[in-house]
Design a protein around this ligand. Sequence first.
Ligand code: ZN
Length: 145
Amino acid sequence: MQSKFLNDKQVLVLRLDIDEEVVASILKAAEHYKIPSGIVSGIGAVNFAEIGLYDTSKKKYIKTTLREPLEIAALNGSLSKKDGSPYAHLHVVFGDSDGRTYGGHLDRATVSATAEIFVQINPEPIERSYSADIGLNLMALQETL
Ligand code: ZN
């Protein structure tokens, strides 16, 4: 993985290389650069991915494993913190060789060529806490409207 800061360190650019795992690489960069919170977007190519859909009644993810060449047509999400450690919440849309798409919550994906990821860095942290009602680690924000 290569990295470069832009715009007075407000934007971090990551270039992931073959066999690197997308989610782990983003978390590694967040830890290394001590990113309080951020907005993640990216594109790239992978040949393995695990995506999921959160089943709200069972409170667990229904997982799908993809083992084929795929374009990352869109990678979007956030960086925050859970118990002081970086926390990535990422969603993805993949395109296959026929132009069909798969999408969902991204658990992990292995780069087949490259991935180009931009992180817009916020100076303030966003913490997460576990919600037993929902079964997920929700953002803990300050105000209720
Ligand atoms: Zn999700």
